[in-house]
Design a protein around this ligand. Structure first.
Ligand code: FES
Ligand code: FES
Length: 156
């Protein structure tokens, strides 16, 4: 039996009927169409399915869609404002922070959350904040460089 839920995704209200066992990641991708949240390990290890849930990063592969009833979700598609990439996103590009880009949505959201809550992070703070977001391509240094540059630019 399907259950009615309503969630807000990237500022848009979505009334949906979901199965009790439907995973939030699948609903976000297949029903809402926000494909920025990626399917990786599907067991909470890789972070590529990260979304902001009421402002906090969560692994959407580990949450049931029914748990999102009444809550607000931001995917990577919701980070640009009026179609313009954030400064953080621009710096990820200019630092060549990603190669295949599969990890990028989760890392963008994790870094966005960090800089919102801590405008003056140490490099260790960034490492700690993104520790659950695995990247198999870059060795992480260009990712850390971009986040530190974004923090510095925001303070200047
Ligand atoms: S797909 Fe969710 S943590 Fe890997
Ligand atoms: S850029 Fe390929 S996994 Fe991070």
């Amino acid at each position: 039996m399907k259950l009615p839920i309503t969630m807000i995704v990237n500022g848009e209200t979505w009334p949906l009927d979901v199965e009790p066992n439907e995973v939030l990641l699948d609903v976000i991708r297949n029903r809402v169409g926000a494909k920025g949240a990626k399917i990786g390990c599907e067991r909470g290890d890789c972070g590529t399915c990260t979304v902001l849930f009421d402002g906090r990063s969560i692994r959407s592969c580990l949450m049931l869609a029914v748990e999102a009833d009444g809550h607000e979700i931001i995917t990577v598609e919701g980070i640009p404002e009026n179609g313009v990439l954030s400064n953080l996103q621009d710096l990820f590009i200019s630092h060549n922070s990603f190669q295949c880009g599969f990890c990028a949505p989760g890392i963008v959201l994790g870094a966005h959350e960090l800089l919102r809550d801590n405008p003056n992070p140490s490099r260790h703070d960034v490492q700690h904040a993104l520790a659950g977001n695995l990247c198999r391509c870059t060795g992480y240094e260009p990712i850390l460089d971009a986040v530190m540059a974004a923090a510095e630019e925001a303070r200047s």
